[in-house]
Every structure is written in C-alpha cells, then in structure tokens.
Design a protein around this ligand. Structure first.
Ligand code: ADP
Ligand code: ASP
Ligand code: MG
Length: 440
C-alpha cells in the first residue's frame, strides 16, 4: 500500500490533474493521496498559495474581492476542465466567507490545499478527509507527531481510497496552522507513517532527485538511490524538491520515499532509503546544493581562545534574541557566526549591541551577501582529495571562499561564497566531479 503526494505543478490545472487521476487509478495500492494547492502553470504564473497570501494582505484595507477573483477563476476552470459535478460557486462563496470571518494568515493559505484535495477527491471518486482535526500542533507550533499518527490511523481505517489536503493541521484551540512553505511533503510523510505504507511516493515535475539544481546546472545527473541523511543535507541546503523535515516521520518507520515525475511516470525516479550505498554504483559525491541569503558575523578579541565561556556568552546572546545560526567557524582570536538573513531581519542592531555587551570584543563586523554551497555524499569519507578538488575548482574560476565547514560525519563539505559567485561556484564544483562520470 502506498501513500502519494502530488505537488503544486501536478495539481496546477485540469490537464495535469487528469494525469494525477490516471496515475492513481493505474494502481490499486495507491490508496491515500495528499494534495498540494495548484502551483504555477508556467514561469510567469502565480501559485495559489501566494495568491491566498495576497488575499490575506488585502484584508487590511486592500481590494480583497479582486484578490480572491484569481482563486475563483483557477478553481472554476479546474472544475470545468474535469467536468466535475460540483457546485464550485457555492463552495468558493463558503471559503471566501470563512476567510473573512477567521482573518488568519494560516487559515487563508490553507484553503488552497483544502479546495485542491476536495476537487481531486471528486475526480477520483474517493473520500475527502480533512486533516484539520488529524494533524495536531502544540500551542508553540511544534508538531504533535505521535498524536497525529494515531488520529490519522484511526480515521483512515477501512477507508478504501482517500484524498487529504497537505500543508496544514490545527492548534489546540482548533485554529488552523500551516507548516512552512513546501510543507505538503511533510503531510504526505505523516500520512505514510500513520498507515504504515510500504512506500511514500512524492510526485513532482522532475524525473527525480538531481545531483544539482536543474535551474543552475544544465541536465544534472539523476540520483537513483539516496540515503535519508544525504537527502536531509541536500534538501536543507536548498534542493527544494522535498521539504527537509519530510524525512523524519518516514525514516522512523523505515518507509522508502520515491520521487516520481507526474509528467513522465515511466521514469524510474529516485528511491530514498536508510542506506543507499549498497544499492547504487555511487560516485565520490552524491550531489551539490546551495542557498543564498546568509550573513556572517565576525567577532574578534585578543586572547579569546583562553577566555573560558566566551563561546557560551556569544551563543546565549543569539538565544535571548531568538535567532538560530547555521555554522560557527572559529580561529584563535576570532569566532564567526553564520546566520540566515531572514532571521536577522529587524533584529540586527539589538543583536550587535548585545554581543558588544556580552563579549567586550575588540571588533564585531557583519558581512552580508553570503551564499552557502554543500557538496554531499557518504562516499567522501572513504575518498581522499575531495576537498582539494572542490577548492581547485573554485580557485580556477577565481571564486573567493569566505567560509569552510565540514561536519564530523564527513557527509558534507560546506563552503561560503559571495552571492554573485553562487551559480558559478555550483557549476564549478559539479563540473569538477562530472568530468569523470564515476565521481558523481
Ligand atoms: P512540488 O510543487 O511538486 O512540490 P517543488 O517546486 O517544490 O515541486 O520541487 C520541484 C522543483 O525543485 C523542481 O522543479 C526543480 O526546479 C527544483 N529543484 C531544485 N533542486 C533540485 C534537485 N537537486 N533535484 C530536483 N529538483 C530540484
Ligand atoms: N502550497 C504550499 C506552498 O506553496 C505547500 C506545498 O505546496 O507543499 O508552499
Ligand atoms: Mg514542493
């Protein structure tokens, strides 16, 4: 028995939804389906989730009616295209009224998945199962995984085929809460774990997990097998094909993930399991991924290395300011903290002031415009010269490396480069290992 999650591009319009229906109907083991909100139909299009965030913004003195029009148009055209016997106007009126009543950002955004799953259930002749009462969060926003698994398991017992909306659940007071963007991948993983599926199929618009972002590297090699840990590293570092938090529920239950292409279902896709090394003819590296939008805070103080508690004082400032950090490279008298720009937004002046107070440093400076690039692979630990190859590739293209970090698992090597070098650096590393086909 399999749980399938269909992403935004798979649900974008009636033509793609027909492909979804065909895929599900082709195999009786595809019993539980998790749907995303309709995504982009072409590059210039707007995802329904983004259009809903615009609706929410318009609640505050904007033109809500015309913002909601784009939602109406999209779902009406899907209903028509699929010839569904459904009073979509009445359903949309109800959704519009509930958004106006709730006035909640998360509730508004969740309606994309709600409507999408409702229409897909009709198209499939399957049961629509709302997740509002099944996926539970604590007041703090933390997922209550065990409670959610038990609720879903008991609700789906005996249900032949069901469609569930992705992306959201509810807080203890019943209010809707969404996961972070791309969160339908997590919903699918939770459902797969709850019903003890044999596989979690994640259907998207690429043939599988690629060894680099296809928008940066032309035709990157497809990864046929990947371990949960490699997936976690690559998706956390920007390979957004799967949400980085989606692995936890399935890894715990030992359920393999299959990444499949809705628009090319015969392609084998990527299989993600606990230990992929024995299953594939692995090269030295498995993949490269990266992210823009980081800053580095450099703290310098003479004799820092002999000052007991220095790092603790620095980190407790980050804790009290409510900011998480990514990396903390250090020298003898310097300590740097790498932070995502979005976490610093509006907080930088008070963070710096608090760091001065706590450390009495000689200098504190902030450099923005940093991008991080991770080269990932289990096999790096058993091959010499991997780091040398990465740095050679970057040096040959005159790319300045501003930070280096290697985890103790030797699963990845992370470098920080100037954001204007980001694409060039990813291509350089990819090509370095790609020149010799067996190395990737
Ligand atoms: P969905 O709407 O199905 O959830 P996403 O847009 O979230 O799909 O993820 C799929 C997209 O991820 C692909 O279209 C591709 O552009 C992008 N992507 C980035 N890095 C990778 C990678 N390493 N492998 C595959 N796709 C990637
Ligand atoms: N629709 C949501 C988003 O665009 C969730 C998802 O597609 O996974 O982020
Ligand atoms: Mg996605």
């Amino acid at each position: 028995m399999r749980v399938c999650k269909f992403g935004g591009t798979s649900m974008a319009d009636s033509e793609s939804i027909k492909k979804v229906v065909e895929i599900v109907r082709r195999d009786a083991s595809r019993k539980y389906i998790v749907a995303s909100a309709p995504g982009k139909r072409d590059k210039a299009d707007v995802k329904i989730t983004d259009a809903l965030y615009d609706c929410y913004a318009a609640l505050d003195g904007g033109d809500f009616d015309s913002a909601f029009d784009s939602i109406t148009q999209r779902f009406m055209s899907i209903t028509e295209g699929l010839s569904l016997d459904l009073d979509i106007c009445a359903i949309l009126d109800e959704v519009k009224a509930s958004i106006l009543k709730e006035r909640s950002r998360d509730f508004t955004a969740s309606r994309g998945e709600y409507l999408s799953a409702l229409l897909l259930s009709k198209a499939l002749g399957a049961t629509f199962v709302d997740v509002a009462g099944l996926i539970k969060f604590k007041e703090s926003g933390e997922l209550l995984l065990d409670e959610s698994l038990a609720l879903i398991r008991s609700r789906l017992e005996g249900v032949e085929r069901a469609v569930l909306p992705g992306f959201y659940g509810s807080l203890p007071d019943g209010k809707i809460k969404t996961f972070s963007r791309g969160g339908s991948d997590i919903s699918g993983a939770i459902v797969a774990s709850a019903v003890g599926a044999d596989a979690y199929e994640n259907w998207t618009d690429v043939d599988g997990f690629l060894s680099a972002d296809p928008r940066v590297v032309k035709s990157p090699k497809l990864i046929d097998y990947l371990s949960y840990n490699e997936l976690r590293e690559l998706s956390y570092m920007g390979a957004e094909v799967l949400h980085p938090e989606a692995i936890y529920p399935v890894r715990r239950a030992g359920i393999p993930i299959h990444i499949k292409n809705t628009f090319h279902p015969s392609a084998a896709g990527t299989t993600i399991v606990a230990n992929a090394r024995h299953m594939s003819d692995f090269g030295v590296i498995t993949g490269v991924a990266g992210k823009k939008g980081f800053s580095i805070i450099n703290i310098e103080k003479e004799m820092m290395n002999s000052e007991i508690g220095f790092a603790r004082r620095v980190l407790s400032v980050f804790e009290s300011e409510g900011i998480c950090f990514e990396h903390m490279p250090s020298g003898i008298d310097t300590l740097s903290v790498v932070v995502r720009d979005e976490y610093l937004s509006g907080k930088l002046p008070s963070l710096i002031a608090a760091l001065w107070r706590a450390t009495e440093a000689d200098s504190i400076e902030v450099q923005s415009g940093l991008s991080l690039i991770a080269t990932v692979g289990h096999n790096m630990a058993s091959h010499q010269g991997t780091a040398a190859k990465i740095f050679k590739a970057l040096a040959e293209r005159h790319i300045n490396v501003r930070m280096i970090d290697q985890g103790s698992s030797e699963l990845n090597i992370i470098v920080g480069v100037d954001t204007f070098d980001y694409e060039k650096a990813i291509r350089a590393i990819y090509e370095q290992f790609c020149q010799n086909e067996s190395e990737i």
